[in-house]
Design a protein around this ligand. Structure first.
Ligand code: GDP
Length: 140
């Protein structure tokens, strides 16, 4: 079993897609080990995306991620990182495969509905950005 961090981003929450995305998460065989609705401050969004701080879109990204409530979730299943990346699709919805969440719900490269960790190690670091380890373990 492996864990990854998903986020239903502010655009998807605002547009009323949270329920459908949660349904997809469960139907793909993920167990939810932690979940909350939270509005990030600009500083918290900057901390989460610190790896992108030199990128030209950093300001736009962190303004968007702090623009309204989002839903971080710790997901668990076999091969969780790769499977969740497959289910969400490419970063740019124009490149996202048919049937992926981003193809269905993303509106742009920036406002692309969901986040997914890109490695097991980042899945753990990112999960702990939102949830202390003992909370995740208690739900497991
Ligand atoms: P991901 O792993 O597929 O989420 O993609 P990245 O790690 O490359 O980028 C992180 C997030 O930054 C993406 O999910 C987008 O929300 C945002 N992003 C990436 N590229 C751009 C861009 O060119 N413009 C804007 N506004 N946001 C971007």
């Amino acid at each position: 079993m492996e864990r990854t961090l998903a986020i239903i981003k502010p655009d998807a929450v605002q547009n009323g897609h949270s329920g459908k995305i949660l349904d997809r998460i469960l139907s793909e065989g993920f167990a939810v080990r932690a979940m909350k609705l939270v509005t990030l401050s600009k500083t918290e969004a900057e901390g989460f995306y610190a790896v992108h701080r030199e990128r030209p879109f950093f300001g736009e990204l962190t303004t968007f991620m702090s623009s309204g409530p989002c839903i971080p979730l710790v997901l668990e299943r076999a091969d969780a990182v790769a499977k969740w990346r497959e289910v969400i699709g490419a970063t740019n919805p124009a490149d996202a495969a048919e049937g992926t969440i981003r193809k269905q719900f993303a509106t742009s490269m920036g406002e692309n509905a969901v986040h997914g960790s890109d490695s097991t190690e980042n899945g753990k670091l990112e999960s702990n950005y939102f949830f202390p380890e003992h909370v995740i373990v208690a739900n497991s």
